[in-house]
Design a protein around this ligand. Sequence first.
Ligand SMILES: [Ca+2]
Ligand SMILES: [Ca+2]
Length: 304
Amino acid sequence: MINPEGNGLFFDPGSETSEGLDQWVEINLAMTPGLTGDDWVGVKVISADGSLRDLGGVGHVHADDNQMLFSKPLLVQLKPNESLQLTRLNPPEIGGETTETVEFSSLDAGNFRAVVGGDLALNIKSSDREPTTWEEETVSIQSDTADGIFDFRQPDGTAPLDLQVKILGDCADINQVGVVRLDTDATTGDILGSVNGVLSTAGADFRAAVKANLEGFDGVLPSVGGGVYEQTLNWTLDAAEQDAYALVMISQSGEVYTFGTTTAADGKQHIKELGQNLFGFEDRAAGQGSDWDFNDVVVEIRTA
Ligand SMILES: [Ca+2]
Ligand SMILES: [Ca+2]
């Protein structure tokens, strides 16, 4: 239900679905005329104790001429009495987060509309499908908008996991796309911010480790670019391959971009979340003519 101030949306476990949101919620930017690739919304919740928790970001994929290419909702999980908050995000390099008025309104059962700053509309609805195990896992590990990380570990861990990897975008350069396995704690199972023992804070050593451990999708390391493009690859993970992975983009000039806000050589955020398991990269380093459109290499992973 909408809070008394009209600027937050509650998950109230005691209410009927028609009045409130279920635990799993899909958030999508509405198809409003005039939207550009820069229109991007950060999703947070205010917990019952008043603390703020990030849930990720949602936007659309636009070509450089602003033609709409792809969009996908952001799936988030709300705990009882958490209040959903929305903030317009600008590309981190041109101002970042801005504080604006958000107005929520109730549509029909379990459906809401939110308008950020009077012009950026989002559709919010209780999700009518159960997320898969790894989707549920990624909801918590993709909470920062720069967390391009997937947890493909399955509880049973014996059946192959069949995935589809959609790669699309608009860029002049030719860039490579792949993944890297992340270290996990053998006891707790926690995903560690390291590759082959090298921490993501290790700068050039970390980027070298990412490059040295780069993997493709079923052995295919796609090169993409030279204009607007789209391709879909199959990726099957057998039990031994079901692990934690991060997306990686190697630029035409050999720069390494992966998860995190400061892992790139220029210290800038080169990846941002555009929807559930959907991430866009900016392919040029600061000083190489970067325009921070984050549509140069866009990757979506879903179950096949
Ligand atoms: Ca760009
Ligand atoms: Ca571009």
